[in-house]
Design a protein around this ligand. Structure first.
Ligand code: GCW
Length: 610
């Protein structure tokens, strides 16, 4: 029943769960530190709280000084550095942004939308159901990497989740209390049509009775949970209700909610994931990646102070390879949250190895300074004993927290730290593990979405290859492959998606000679004979990548086999690696066959294509 308690996580340096006694982050910090010092008698450390420091902290060899939350973040960091015998960070440590959120897509029936690590940690059978000790362990996992907000229910708000801000509000409040000692505040995903559920005949944001409804609702909710972070809203997206239902726009909708929660310091996280999901595949003019910018950019400057527009990293939908969403360049007068997905919906279901921090380094390189006010990640957690399905998927949660706090973090250093905290491997084995993590994204990309060809996946569950899967569907995700070539022309001669980017990006993406190779088929429609920079033809490159990706997946599994991991981590990792090898072969053969049948061009090296 409690097998999770014996599982390795990066919190291994602590010998036991903090007791229930701790009520504040400071008390938690003291309890954790006492526990650490018992097993490290050579160390000493004093904690000093300075309220004005908020989330900030300063570390010395023998002390942590920090604000009411900073004291806890500082204590965890201090212990990690001491346990690993690495230098302490010097100077005052401050987070890059104030809201570092985790979005759970947990449903109250206990399922998790796009969850690959078991059932919900806190819902079951239509209600709250959890082990308080496990929620405390969750709290310390989050606090140990500085994550400070948890949105606990799916953005697709379905009954009875609407009740969280209504008839089950007291249970929500009890849950919030469990995480408070870890400086983690709750957020709730709300249904834009909640007023209708509670008896009104409209949810029109300009209706005074709707405005009154939300004002009263906010009052009750914040009375019960004074430190609630805010509401998260998915509106007019994938069949969810929203302001469009009432002929209003998204600034009207978001601002109405923002005014209701403002008296309590609440924020409205308004998701920008809005597009036409009932597109006619015959329509070659509508281009889904253009949707969000086209909708929101004209509203720049109209949103209230406490509205944060939550934008997925790319213009599509958490694909393996996308350019940065153009909204990050075009919304100077709107606060934006960057949303990433730790749940591996499109990146291997926590079966295939996929360490995400290298992607965040790439995002950082493209992100204009000052454009991100908050960060959110769809979690990869669930009730599995090891929390994340694949034991190494925990590295993504760990790294997310570190990058959210400090976007200038180094992906490899973070991987090394996670590995060292989680497993007692010798240095050479640890380096092998680090190199497996560091190469994993490139390998997965190579066999699933090379050159920016996303969406060739099995519809619905999104695991495994199916190049025709979405081709004649209403979702706006087409590869348009035929016997002449492949890709959608998004240049000024095509859908002009590139027109949403400022210089120098627009020019870069417009020209196939300058376009980064990894995004070539995202922006361009090219013939199979197109010559790549290295002299290979496009078709040969497609073949080579799929052969190479599958080969590297095999190599990855062999290297993994050499690691002396503790059980059951070793068994779980190897089982998944075997499935990954199978998946990679399937991708290789399906995609190569698909392109061979269209192009008629044989592989230059005579390898088997079916
Ligand atoms: O990629 C899609 C997922 C949906 C998800 C949606 C979203 C919560 O397939 O399951 O719904 O994104 O981000 O809202």
């Amino acid at each position: 029943m409690d097998a999770w308690k014996t599982r390795k996580t990066w919190l291994n340096m602590f010998s036991r769960l903090p007791g229930e006694a701790a009520r504040t982050p400071e008390e938690t910090a003291r309890a954790e530190l006492n526990c650490f010092l018992e097993s490290h008698p050579e160390e000493s450390c004093t904690l000093s709280v300075r309220e004005d420091m908020g989330e900030d902290y300063i570390l010395t060899d023998t002390g942590v000084t920090g604000g009411s939350a900073g004291i806890l973040y500082g204590a965890y960091r201090w212990m990690a550095c001491r346990a690993l015998r690495v230098p302490l960070p010097s100077g005052k440590q401050s987070p890059a942004c104030a809201l570092r959120m985790l979005n759970a897509w947990d449903n109250m029936d206990g399922t998790i939308e796009r969850g690959y690590a078991g059932r919900s940690l806190w819902f079951e059978g239509g209600r709250f159901s959890y082990d308080p000790a496990r929620i405390r362990q969750l709290g310390r996992m989050l606090a140990s990497v500085g994550i400070n907000v948890l949105c606990l229910n799916n953005v697709n708000v379905r009954e009875p989740a609407q009740g969280l801000i209504s008839e089950t509000l007291d249970e929500l409040a009890s849950f919030a209390a469990l995480l408070r000692p870890f400086a983690v505040r709750l957020m709730v995903a709300v249904d834009f049509a909640q007023p209708v559920r509670e008896g009104l005949d409209t949810a029109d944001p300009l209706s005074p009775e709707v405005q009154r409804f939300w004002a009263e609702k906010a009052k009750k909710v914040w009375e019960a949970i004074p430190d609630l972070a805010g509401f998260l809203v998915k509106a007019d997206s994938e069949h969810r209700p929203g302001p469009h239902t009432y002929g209003r726009d998204h600034a009207d909708g978001a601002n109405m909610l923002a005014r209701a929660v403002a008296p309590y310091g609440g924020v409205i996280l308004w998701r920008a994931f809005v597009y036409n999901c009932l597109q006619d595949w015959r329509d070659q003019k509508t281009d889904r990646p253009k949707a969000a910018y086209a909708l929101y950019q004209p509203m720049d400057g109209r949103f209230c102070e406490n509205v944060i527009l939550q934008v997925k990293n790319g213009p599509y939908d958490f694909q393996v390879r996308e350019p940065l969403s153009p909204l990050f360049y075009g919304m100077e007068h709107t606060r934006l949250a960057l949303e990433v997905q730790l749940a591996q919906e499109y990146t291997g279901h926590q079966i295939d190895l996929y360490y995400m921090a290298p992607m965040w380094e790439e995002l950082r390189a493209e992100m204009p300074a000052g454009s991100v006010a908050a960060v959110a990640a769809v979690t990869n957690l669930g009730r599995d004993d090891n929390w994340t399905g694949h034991p190494f998927a925990a590295a993504n949660l760990f790294a997310y927290g570190r990058f959210a706090w400090d976007p200038a973090s180094d992906a490899e250093a973070v991987a090394r730290e996670w590995a060292a905290l989680s497993y007692a491997l010798d240095e050479s084995q640890r380096e092998t593990l680090v190199s497996l993590l560091m190469s994993s994204r490139a390998i997965y990309e190579q066999y699933t979405a090379n050159l920016g060809l996303d969406w060739m996946i099995e519809p619905g569950h999104h695991y495994g290859p199916n190049p025709y899967g979405y081709e004649f569907s209403p979702w706006g995700t087409y590869n348009r492959a035929d016997r002449f070539g492949v890709g959608v022309d998004r240049t000024s001669r095509g859908t002009d998606y590139v027109g949403q980017y400022p210089a120098p990006w627009r020019e870069l993406y417009e020209d196939p000679e300058k376009c980064p190779e990894k995004l070539l088929l995202f922006f361009h429609r090219l013939s199979y004979g197109h010559l790549m920079a290295d002299g290979r033809t496009l078709i040969q490159r497609l073949y080579d990548d799929h052969f190479e990706g599958a080969r590297r997946a095999e190599e990855l599994s062999q290297k993994l086999n050499t690691l002396d991991l503790p059980e059951p981590d070793r068994k779980e990792a190897l089982e998944r690696a075997a499935l990954q090898v199978k998946n990679a072969r399937e991708w290789r053969d399906v995609l190569n066959t698909f392109f061979f049948r269209f192009s008629g061009v044989p592989d230059a090296h005579g390898r088997t294509i079916y």
